[in-house]
Design a protein around this ligand. Structure first.
Ligand SMILES: NC(=O)C1=CN([C@@H]2O[C@H](COP(=O)(O)OP(=O)(O)OC[C@H]3O[C@@H](n4cnc5c(N)ncnc54)[C@H](OP(=O)(O)O)[C@@H]3O)[C@@H](O)[C@H]2O)[C@@H](O)CC1
Ligand SMILES: [K+]
Length: 478
């Protein structure tokens, strides 16, 4: 797990660091990381460094100095004519060539790498027009860009770009990732992201991103003393006469994630389809540990749906509440419930426009988690799980192939399995979203949601094997 921090938090940590370590030079650590990566990205040819007026530009210019000192041709364009004074002197001393904007633009087709050191965490969104044209030209000519800290033009603390920015092949950032590095669609503009530890002490994060080790550590692996009941019985009330496929998909997700036992209580047509495909599913009511409700309910029979949700509420059991069931939410729900809206459903829950949610997904997911006092998994290209406290856990990311009808049903099924196994709602959401993304990454391509679901046993089996072989080196629980 890695903490995601805002520019403000990084600045405060930097201030504390300099109070405790007067005279320390973090810029040299940053510049070394950038020049090392630049040498790997462009082993030969000219590197053009685009330099802004602040410390981000300083990092870039010292990286140019390092490259030139190692005998690599480096050229710098100071976009405002101003730059970190000591970095300018150091770069000149080792023969870095300084060029103006028209020369930079003119030579661009022949450079091997552009280092974008225009703006970092002190930048406001957007670029000067001449730099904007240059960034667009880099994109058009497919010149690889190495961004220092953040692709200039992006807003560090936002996941939705509002202006033109550089589009990096790789970003070297410092101390911790920021929201723009981990939240789509901004993250896509960062390329691969590398975090350099510069020695800052950071507070406990209120936004964290999971990695595969967390999934291995938290997954409810079966033990030698488990049986089908102890692994968790999930009641599934999904599908309708009109949408029986949603019932099949949600059950496929739950079964392939490893549910101990599934009791399906949805419509007969869906039950028949499920039995054909998954004969181990039990049809009809019985004791369960958790509920999965809503996928494919549709807009008919609204009164019946509301009554079924009310019955689940009165049972006091944890529940995954998905899709059409989200329209029937009572004012407060038990804190073991996991609400799993996509942006459009969350917008409807909050009475706002979908676009508003897409621009600031975390704020809106936090609003819903606080309003219903339970965990919310906001589905999308980046999947955010928010607890009523406001803590955010971002799932392991995966490829965009899962952006397809039916993926949400499978995901709800996986989350249902995890609730039935006894995990708290936030963890069920974060793990469910992560393993589906990992399965999609394991089997890249336009595979339909049911195929991705059937890949889960391989992915979980692989994780389990890795866990067993590395059981003693897992980091201590945080
Ligand atoms: N923290 C760390 O761990 C480390 C931090 N380090 C580095 O420090 C960087 C932060 O440096 P920084 O504070 O000097 O800010 P930076 O991003 O260079 O920009 C400020 C300048 O840009 C200007 N400006 C802003 N927006 C603009 C716009 N849209 N269009 C035009 N101009 C704009 C702004 O102008 P002003 O706001 O004053 O008008 C000001 O002149 C950080 O990203 C990292 O690279 C490393 O050295 C070591 C480890
Ligand atoms: K930058």
């Amino acid at each position: 797990m890695i903490g995601v921090h805002s520019a403000q938090v990084i600045r405060e940590a930097e201030d504390r660091f300099f109070e405790e370590n007067p005279g320390a030079d973090l810029m040299q650590i940053a510049a070394r990381a950038v020049s090392d990566r630049a040498r790997e990205m462009a082993p030969t040819g000219v590197t053009l460094v685009v330099v802004g007026p602040g410390n981000n530009g300083g990092d870039g210019l010292f990286a140019a100095r390092n490259l030139a000192a190692a005998g690599r041709p480096a050229v710098a364009w100071l976009v405002t004519g101003q730059a970190h004074p000591q970095a300018v002197i150091a770069a000149r001393q080792v023969g870095v060539k300084f060029v103006d904007s028209s020369t930079a633009m003119h030579m661009l087709p022949d450079v091997m790498l552009v280092i974008d050191a225009v703006l970092g965490i002190g930048g406001r969104p957007g670029l000067f027009p001449v730099v904007e044209r240059f960034a667009t030209a880099c994109d058009d000519l497919c010149i690889p860009v190495l961004s220092v800290d953040v692709p200039s033009g992006l807003s560090t603390d936002e996941v939705t770009p509002t202006a033109t920015s550089f589009r990096a092949a790789h970003t070297v950032t410092f101390a911790a990732p920021k929201l723009c590095h981990v939240g789509e669609p901004a993250a896509e503009r960062c390329g691969s992201v590398e975090v350099i530890d510069v020695g800052l002490s950071l507070p406990e994060p209120d936004v964290r991103r999971l990695d595969e080790v967390d999934i291995a550590r938290w997954w409810p692996w079966p033990t030698a003393v488990d049986d089908k009941y102890s692994r968790g019985v999930l009641g599934i009330d999904t599908g309708s006469e009109r949408y029986p496929g949603a019932a099949v998909l949600s059950t496929t997700g739950a079964l392939n994630a490893g549910t101990g036992m599934i009791r399906f209580v949805g419509p007969e047509r869906a039950a028949n389809l499920i039995l054909d495909a998954m004969p181990s599913v039990t049809i009809g009511p019985g004791r369960v540990e958790a509920w999965l409700m809503g996928c494919g309910w549709g807009k008919q029979d609204r009164d019946a749906h509301a009554a079924r949700l009310q019955a689940a509420l009165e049972s006091g059991l944890p529940a995954v509440v998905d899709a059409d069931a989200l329209e029937h939410l009572p004012k407060t729900v038990p804190d073991g419930w996991l609400l799993t809206p996509h942006a459009g459903e969350l917008a409807a829950m909050l009475g706002v426009h979908r676009r508003v949610v897409e621009v600031d997904p975390i704020r809106h997911a936090r609003q819903a988690a606080a309003r219903w006092n339970t965990a919310v998994l906001l589905k999308g290209a980046t999947q955010y799980v928010v607890e009523p406290s406001g803590r955010v856990t971002i799932a392991v990311p995966g490829p965009a192939w899962t952006a397809q009808a039916g993926s949400g049903d499978v995901l709800a099924g996986i989350c249902g399995m995890l609730l039935a196994a006894g995990l708290p709602a936030w963890q069920a959401g974060a793990l469910g979203a992560s393993v589906q993304a990992m399965a999609a990454a394991h089997k890249p391509g336009p595979f339909p949601p049911a195929v991705i679901a059937r890949t889960l046993p391989e992915v979980l089996g692989g994780l389990w094997t890795t866990l067993r072989s590395r059981a003693f080196v897992l980091p201590v629980e945080q």
